[in-house]
Each structure stands twice: as C-alpha cells, then as structure tokens.
Design a protein around this ligand. Structure first.
Ligand SMILES: Cc1cc2nc3c(=O)[nH]c(=O)nc-3n(C[C@H](O)[C@H](O)[C@H](O)COP(=O)(O)O)c2cc1C
Length: 150
C-alpha cells in the first residue's frame, strides 16, 4: 500500500490544571480520556506516536499519512486542553518509530528531563532529521524505561 508517511512533532502548554481546577483526580481522568480517545482514533486511521506529559507541557510525536496528519494537527491546534502549540518538526519518513504504539502516554518528570529541555527553547519548525530523530529517540527511551519493553 502506498502511503505518504510523515512524522510531526510539537510542544504545547497544558491547560489541564486550570481546566480541572488543580484537582489531581480530575486531571488524571481528563488525561486518560484524552489518551483513550486518541488511541482509538489513531488506530482506526493508521496513526502511531507518543504523548509526553509532565504536568506543564505536552510533547507529541505523530506518524501517519501526510494529509490525515495535517488535518489532525489543525484540530489539535485549536484544542482547549492546551495552548501555545509550537510545531517542532514535520518531515517524510520511510518507517515508523512508534509502530507498536497507537498513542502511548509518556510520563515525564517536571521540569522536563535535561535531555528534552532543549525543546522549550524557541526552536523554529525544522525538517532537520537529526533534531527530530533525537527527540523521537528520547521519547522512545522514556517509553521503554516506563514500560520495560524494548
Ligand atoms: C495534547 C493533545 C494530544 C492529542 N492527540 C490526539 C491524537 O493523537 N489523535 C487524535 O485523534 N486526537 C488527539 N487529540 C484530540 C484532538 O485535538 C481532537 O479533539 C480530536 O481529534 C477530535 O476528534 P473528532 O473530530 O473525532 O471529534 C489531542 C488533543 C490534545 C490536547
């Protein structure tokens, strides 16, 4: 099947705390609902990826058909559960990095691990594969540590 496979990544500021009035159980509930809905939709639509959440920020990497991803990103951009969504990278790929995961939640410490804190800098969207590959590798490392699967 010919698929125009692309990968995009963005960082955003979570609004879950204020939307949930700082109540941790509500935040957890909203987060679980977000991840569950995303997983269901993503697996139906051939999208794979990971979503990092550290209480303040989301970092998400999505892989899938280019036009589907572009439409999804437009929805994500206007989702009130976060703001200041900043595209980090968008580029074509031959293979998926997250092929086992329709949307896996990565819990990360706050502040972001030093290895990911470079994402907070005012980085322009880039097609630089080194930068993107680095981010993908770090997310995968955190996922594997978290899940103890390789
Ligand atoms: C941080 C964050 C990550 C999201 N990730 C996904 C995702 O991976 N897949 C998805 O379908 N929706 C995701 N969403 C939800 C979309 O913004 C949007 O609400 C949803 O796709 C709307 O689906 P609908 O058009 O079927 O109602 C995410 C939202 C947020 C705030």
């Amino acid at each position: 099947m010919s698929e125009n496979l692309h990968r995009i990544g963005y960082i955003s500021c979570s609004q879950l705390k204020s939307l949930c009035k700082d109540q941790q159980d509500k935040i957890n509930e909203s987060l679980s609902a977000l991840v569950l809905n995303s997983k269901t939709k993503n697996s139906k639509n051939g999208v794979t990826g990971a979503l990092l959440y550290n209480g303040d920020h989301f970092v998400q990497v999505l892989e899938g058909d280019k036009s589907y991803l572009e439409a999804l990103y437009q929805k994500i951009l206007v989702d009130s559960r976060h703001q200041d969504v900043r595209l980090l990278f968008k580029y074509p790929v031959k293979t998926r990095a997250f092929n086992a995961w329709a949307m896996e939640l990565v819990h990360a410490p706050k502040p972001l691990p030093v290895s990911l804190s470079y994402l907070l800098k005012d980085q322009k969207p880039t097609a630089s594969n080194a930068f993107a590959d680095n981010t993908v590798a770090l997310l995968k490392e955190l996922l594997v540590d978290q899940r103890k699967i390789g």
